[in-house]
Design a protein around this ligand. Sequence first.
Ligand code: GLU
Length: 292
Amino acid sequence: MSQRVFRFAPSPNGALHLGHAYSALRNYELAQECGGVMLLRMEDIDTVRCTPQFEQRIVEDLHWLGITWPEPVRRQSDHFEDYRNALARLQEMGLVYPAFLTRRQIRDKVNETDKKWPRDPDGAPHYPGDERLLPERKRLELISSGLPFAWRLDMQKACAIAGSALTWRESGNGPDGQTGLIDAEPERWGDVILARKDTPTSYHLSVVIDDALQEISDVVRGHDLFHATSVHRLLQRLLNLPEPNYRHHRLLTDESGRKLSKSSGDTAIGALRERGLTAENVIQKCKTGARI
Ligand code: GLU
């Protein structure tokens, strides 16, 4: 059997906190247990918020924790061409369309139409525009008018093409304890964004392309991304990409029970180090889920 490949994939738009350390350590440990390898991937498609300085700090924090990985590290911003090609395939299949409503227009439209408008698992309203119905000529006209837009997946059509029995194997669990063979429910997300006029990709698209290109066998990440796996399985099916094993893990919380965020500075690994904690202390806190 070939070697199993795990990955830790932070976005360098802030400092790593205890929750990230937990995820990185889980990946690293699981890889070591099975004689596999853990890759580091920088998910920096947001070239405004992601910086080389944050990237450098992430590398330092992970090394301080004793985590190592093979070089070179894949940096998503170096590979926009790969995502552009994948988007082009979905365009050829007639599965994406340019959507022109701004965030504000989406909110207003949803408010004025119906209070029970469907929402995705993260709470955002499904896209209420109807550009998916526009004839090609009109789409091109709008694109050339220079208006900003996002490439959205026509979810209904995509699900129809993907067919039924879209599942994944969950070795961890979801936020509600889901485990084992999970039915993917991508339709819960509505017409997700796959790229923008100025950024040729989105989190969903780049993550599935990279997991395939890097031959990731095991995706280990937090509960917050459990439902996103439905979209990832759909894109894998549409683009003919292999299916990794998935393992979602609990999220560490702060004293008030809230998920740690990049703004909760006191749980940043660097801040803990400055407070005199050793790497061993931090690893122990991750293991026990101790609140800081
Ligand atoms: N880049 C994502 C994050 O920092 C993680 C993506 C993933 O593990 O699939 O939350």
